[in-house]
Design a protein around this ligand. Sequence first.
Ligand code: BG6
Length: 508
Amino acid sequence: MSSATAASKKGDEKHLYTVVVLGASGDLAKKKTFPALFGLYKNKYLDQNTHIIGYARTKMDRSTFEEHVSMNIKLKTDEDKAAHKKFLKLCSYQSGQYDQDSDFKRLEDAIREVEKASGATARLFYMALPPSVFISVAKGLKKNNYTEDSLVRLIVEKPFGMDLDSSRELAKDLGSLFSEDEIYRIDHYLGKEMVKNLMILRFANVIFGSVWNRHTIDNVQITFKEKLGTEGRGGYFDEFGIIRDVMQNHMLQILTLVAMEPPVSLGAEDVRDEKVKVLRFIPPIVKDDILLGQYGKSEDGKEPGYLDDKTVPKDSKTPTYAAATLFIENERWSGVPFVMKCGKALDQQKTEIRIQFKDVAGHLFTTLSRNEIVIRVQPDEAVYVKMMNKEPGLGTKTIISDLDLSYSSRFSDSVIPEAYESLILDVLNGDHSNFVRDDELDAAWKIFTPILKQIDNGEIDPIPYAHSSRGPKGVTEFVAKYGYTRERQEYVWPQHSEAGSAAGKDQK
Ligand code: BG6
């Protein structure tokens, strides 16, 4: 039986896993992987007998490892503290090289030992690794830690290559070792609550579903803003830039879910078929449809500029901000610009989707603002619909208002899970729907590779902007060029909550 068939057969049953975190001493493992595993353990989504083995090159004693695992775990209650104590007992660490069979063999001994104790029948390898060691680790695992007797699942993290060619190369190498069934390419935005809500908003509401097309929608904006610069990650970032870091993956995934046709079912392949289809309708981005920026010092001089980072070359032209417009050449979307904007070192942290409708036809009212549906991914999850209303009182003056579904007030008792918790749980359950398929990745790279080549060749200069500002000059004009029309009256969102202070304003 091929390993792929074995895996899918075994996937039908419930399994007890041994989790191996490769790159366990790194930032990602510390910030995301271990806290997510703990979250699942604490809430009993992870079998209470699941062992977790950390593996990395760094030598660490037990207490340093425990500190590393725990650094980003928040313990609010006594129950949390008790669970954390038990969780640590299930975690162990082993240092080893990423290209030595003898080290992977020692890892195998450790896995077998915990499997004997726990009775685990499945292995989850979490690759929280830099791209340079990716394939050598995959080879080491396949040769030394892969067994036909147990179910094997492999989580891989971006970057999945630098462009179409390198991504294909990586896919080929990885594909020769593990089957597509065994591979889970993580894009953690697919685990975010509001991103997961997109299909429900669209396909479970007649009032939204019926207007979701070029006849009523004028333009769509997807925005990702971060306050932090690239502090501490300059070296990595300089090789990639903001388009490869955020736009080609996180933002494009959001766009795909906003734009795809309804899938035949909620099954992973049906969903991913539709995602691939919509990506294939998008021609590569052209130079006229892109604007780049790079941050300098803040206006008060307190925050450093991108080039002040010692790990960044002094003459780097790597963009830390990008706005790009995509068009989807299909029946539903032809002519509707999808504007994606993303940047680091900006005035606020925010990810949102803003769908702006066309102007109302006719002449009954003046100073009408356009309807918008805004889906705020983070922070302060919300969906609000901007609409015109009669100003209460005598007369018939129109006023802009909203239907506001702010999660903090509507779902105040609900806990929103961390994206990584939700995605790791999907892997344990063998659900691929929120993971990137190989052909999806290929289609995504086709859209970006030509423009990335031009950027890498230094053909497009980034416009400087100050750290903590709204971004490079020209962004407002860029967005207006694609039809985005600002309100014709004063509007603030949200109206009544504390979040209605400056940070919560409906700032585009
Ligand atoms: C990562 C990028 O994939 O996503 C980072 O590499 C970025 O540069 C991060 O900061 C954003 O994730 P989140 O969940 O904090 O919005």
